[in-house]
Design a protein around this ligand. Structure first.
Ligand SMILES: CC(C)(COP(=O)(O)OP(=O)(O)OC[C@H]1O[C@@H](n2cnc3c(N)ncnc32)[C@H](O)[C@@H]1OP(=O)(O)O)[C@@H](O)C(=O)NCCC(=O)NCCS
Length: 381
């Protein structure tokens, strides 16, 4: 196509860049489906480990396959000595998303087969990172609190083990259940920005670790995964329910966006926000931090009224902020936890990409000057 005939799809909106068997979203109806299974069904019945298997294989596992995957994940949970040293060195110097990116790069550096792009090798790498990233985030937090790193426990599932490593105490059944569902909800979401970043990196036949590091760097921004932390900071700034209207009116009047609202694909409430709100009600009955959840429901009601007539609704990040707060998780870990879940989806897309790769190399429409004569530096005015 000539430059004259080309148009730019800003933000690649409406452009399909891949075929996938992993995830279907209907943004008008508010539907989210992982390989044929509705997100409501998975949230009610499944586990994060099972969803990871589903994404990597496009089918649910047998009992034996699930046990095998759980065992593989348990084996990979402990930190490598290099990771432990790096986390200690970085303590107090870097923020958690950077620490996670560095840890993934370090895991790649230690993997002698990192450049093996065969499907069995990629599956091993995906399992390693899926198991390890939670340990890294928990250890990062323990060290900055001046507390010893808590070793993973083999008798706990992925969700419960993360809360155990983070806090050094076993979560209640309700907490473990809700965190498991939160991980499922964040595990996959079609061609979002971080998944696309991973795909672009992989399309050059760079390795999976580098692709995941690209994804983590992309998830960090407040327009993507960073929104959950930003939502909590907004709740903090609002302070109390009676300040919602004044704060929001001023914020929107100054042109600022409300994080956790709006979505490129959903033009109705994100189903993940609906599920998180339901879980939030359960947690609010027992959590000393219920205030943030109650504020969130009031804030949502007010924003829906403010945005009436516009396709702006709560997305996954809106209620994850107060739900994570009620689970006793510090707000700067919300985005790293998003990555701890999304590694399942990222790596599943990478399995698809490496199996049928073509370099991702779009074009840019040139709008600069042409036909300029070169002037030596001393002759320039
Ligand atoms: C997610 C998001 C980046 C999608 O953006 P997009 O599809 O590119 O939509 P645009 O940025 O073009 O926004 C469209 C319009 O809605 C407005 N808008 C979008 N999200 C908004 C928000 N959260 N608060 C206030 N206004 C918003 C924009 O200002 C724009 O208005 P305009 O047409 O008058 O200029 C955007 O909704 C946003 O910034 N949300 C907050 C961040 C967030 O929660 N991200 C997590 C997504 S899971």
């Amino acid at each position: 196509m000539t430059q004259e005939a080309a148009t730019v799809a800003r933000g690649l909106e409406g452009i399909y860049v891949a075929e996938t068997k992993l995830c279907r979203i209907d943004g008008q109806k508010g539907e989210l489906v992982y390989s044929g299974y509705d997100i409501y069904d998975l949230a009610d019945n499944s586990s994060f480990e099972e969803v990871a298997f589903l994404l990597w294989n496009q089918r649910l596992p047998s009992r034996a396959e699930l046990a095998e995957l759980k065992e593989a994940l348990r084996r990979e949970r402990p930190l490598s000595p290099l990771n432990t040293r790096l986390l200690n060195e970085m303590n107090g110097l870097v923020r958690p998303m950077r620490a996670l990116e560095i840890a993934v790069t370090a895991a790649g550096a230690l993997d002698r087969n990192s450049s093996d792009l065969s499907q069995p090798a990629l599956r091993r790498q995906a399992a390693l990172l899926t198991a390890r990233m939670g340990t890294v985030v928990a250890a990062f937090h323990r060290l900055r609190e001046g507390k010893p790193i808590v070793a993973p426990r083999d008798d706990l599932n992925h969700a419960a083990n993360f809360l155990w490593m983070l806090k050094g105490e076993e979560p209640s059944e309700l907490e473990a259940h809700i965190f498991n569902v939160a991980l499922i909800l964040h595990a996959e979401h079609e061609m979002n920005a971080s998944t696309f970043a991973a795909i672009v990196t992989a399309s050059t036949q760079s390795d999976l670790y580098s692709a995941i590091a690209s994804a983590i760097g992309t998830l960090k921004g407040p327009l993507h995964g960073g929104a959950n932390d930003a939502v909590f900071r907004t709740l903090q700034a609002i302070g109390s329910e009676d300040n919602i209207e004044k704060y929001i009116d001023e914020m929107l009047a100054s042109g600022e966006r409300m994080m956790g609202f709006g979505h490129r694909v959903y033009k109705t409430t994100d189903p993940r926000a609906i599920i998180l709100e339901r879980l939030g009600h359960q947690l609010a009955e027992v959590s000393p931090e219920a205030k943030w959840f109650h504020m969130s429901t009031k804030l949502r009601d007010y924003l829906l009224q403010k945005f009436e007539g516009r396709p702006l609704y709560p997305n996954v990040d809106f209620f994850s902020a107060s739900v994570y707060k009620m689970l006793g998780i510090p707000n700067d870990l919300y985005t790293p936890i998003f990555a701890v879940a999304r590694i399942a989806g990222w790596s599943a897309h990478l399995l698809e990409q490496y199996a049928d790769n073509r370099l991702v190399r779009p074009n840019a429409l040139y709008e600069g000057a042409d036909n300029r004569p070169y002037v030596p530096v001393d002759e320039r005015g």
